[in-house]
Design a binder for this molecule. Structure first.
Ligand SMILES: Nc1nc2c(c(=O)[nH]1)N[C@H]1C(S)=C(S)[C@@H](COP(=O)(O)O)O[C@H]1N2
Ligand SMILES: [Mo]
Length: 434
């Protein structure tokens, strides 16, 4: 086999490097034959120490890193742009190392075109609450919200339901998010429940839905881009916010300035940006991207590639338990005499993370990480560990979180679903010990 350089190993276009590695035997998505693992050590420039336990068919994390050359105004240049119309950009794991995600590092997921910055007047922006299950219709300015209701600040995890989609096979259409459609900034606003109670909620209310001021890609001003929502139970939680600030400043335009909903632990698609209307519904909200196959998974598990009829698709509510190793960056090298410090975050929905484990032998054994408590419900929790390696070679560090419901992450992909949602497989980084 041919030798390839480290820059090719970590090249953005993995295909060329893979071709050199595995010749015609590797397909485009990089799934490889178990026999290739033996030769892998040479290619990675070090022996794969626990190679015997290496999961069949998986490409090494040492081949899977990429870097970006473009940037979005107001966002860190390291964000990886997946689409520019609408703008969709994700944050590589090593840029998510901060305990509180800085505003320039929060991912962007737009379904349409955001309102023009110069068209937004904070003083005249209003939020209207109405709907079949609202006792009245009421409109508030942002100043009303700020002064009429108690203000709260919470650190809340936002994760796109499609985060991790790029791993599904057969592949799903849509943004090919790897791990970076997640972040946990601090949000300031008022409790949605305080505002709903001020309007008055009828006893038959089951759902709230949002409307934002972005415009449809088609240019049709009447067409709603996206209008999703959450069940009443989630809407009435203390941490469910109508927010105007992120990390103590105005929310960045692309993340919903001047007003948005924030529901930590639910698919981020529920957290409506550029918020100007909330409807209290007497049935499950049925706005665009709430019905059909959008943000839904098969109610019962299906075999990969199955076509699932709409009636057998269920709305995604709570997001699954997950974790991310944010330090070091994948591909790091250390000396055998050194211990490797690792750090990261773990999160779940409306529950606590109880334990995070790491493995350096592809899951044969697991060791406990140190774990911090959450700033509040639905904030991610930080973990760290100090790892020694038994000999020189190529390793992968895998992390696995377990929550207070006893749920933990699958090592590889969870159940396949047509739209590629809810991939909470263990995150892994490549480490070279010399
Ligand atoms: N008005 C509006 N709200 C929206 C969206 C949108 O396109 N328009 N995208 C949703 C989706 S799918 C996600 S994942 C989150 C992304 O939030 P962020 O861009 O602030 O990270 O916003 C949600 N809220
Ligand atoms: Mo999303």
């Amino acid at each position: 086999m041919k030798k390839i350089g480290i820059h090719e190993l970590f090249a953005k276009d993995k295909t060329e490097a893979e071709k050199k590695l595995y010749g015609a035997s590797a397909n485009r998505r990089g799934f490889l034959k178990k026999s290739a693992i033996v030769a892998m050590g040479t290619m990675l420039g070090a022996k794969v120490v626990f190679g015997k336990s290496y999961p069949s068919g998986l490409i090494p994390a040492g081949l899977a890193d990429s870097e970006n050359l473009f940037s979005i105004p107001g966002k860190h240049p390291g964000l990886v742009i997946l689409n520019d119309r609408p703008i969709n950009a994700e944050t590589p794991p090593f840029l998510l190392d901060d305990k509180i995600t800085p505003s320039d590092k929060l991912f962007v997921r737009n379904n349409g075109i955001p309102p023009q910055e110069n068209s937004i007047d904070i003083n005249s922006w209003t939020l209207t609450i109405e709907g079949e299950s609202a006792k009245q219709s009421k409109t508030y300015t942002i100043a009303d919200l700020k002064s009429k209701f108690k203000n709260y600040t919470y650190q809340l995890t936002l994760e796109c339901g499609g985060n991790g989609r790029s791993e599904f096979n057969p592949p799903a259409k849509g943004n090919q998010w790897s791990t970076g459609a997640v972040g946990c900034p601090e949000w300031t606003g008022v409790r949605l429940k305080d505002v709903l109670n001020d309007v008055g909620v009828k006893s038959d209310a089951v759902y709230v839905g949002y409307y934002g001021k972005d415009t449809h890609l088609s240019g049709d001003a009447e067409k709603v881009v996206i209008s999703r929502g959450v069940p009443m139970e989630k809407a009435l939680k203390d941490e469910s916010l109508i927010a105007w600030a992120m990390n103590g400043e105005d929310i960045p335009l692309l993340n919903g300035h001047p007003l948005r909903l924030v529901f930590g632990g639910y698919p981020a698609s529920c957290s409506g940006k550029w918020l100007h209307k909330i409807v209290i519904r007497n049935k499950v909200h049925d706005g665009p991207k709430m019905t059909g196959q959008s943000y839904r998974v098969p109610c019962k598990p299906v075999a990969p590639g199955t076509k699932v009829p709409n009636e057998e698709m269920c709305i995604i509510e709570a997001m699954p338990v997950k974790s991310l190793i944010t330090f070091p960056k994948t591909g790091a090298s250390i000396k055998k005499s050194q211990k490797l410090p690792i750090r990261g975050h773990a999160w779940t929905s409306d529950a606590e993370i109880k334990e995070v484990h790491y493995s350096i032998d592809f899951g044969a054994t697991w060791q406990l990480c140190q774990l911090e408590t959450a700033a509040n419900m639905n904030a991610w929790q930080h973990f760290n560990a100090n790892i020694s390696f038994p000999e020189s070679g190529y390793y992968e560090v895998w992390a696995k979180a377990t929550d207070s419901n006893g749920k933990s992450q699958p090592m590889l992909l969870p159940g396949w679903n047509p739209r590629g949602y809810l991939n909470n497989a263990c995150h892994r980084i490549a480490i070279k010990v010399s």
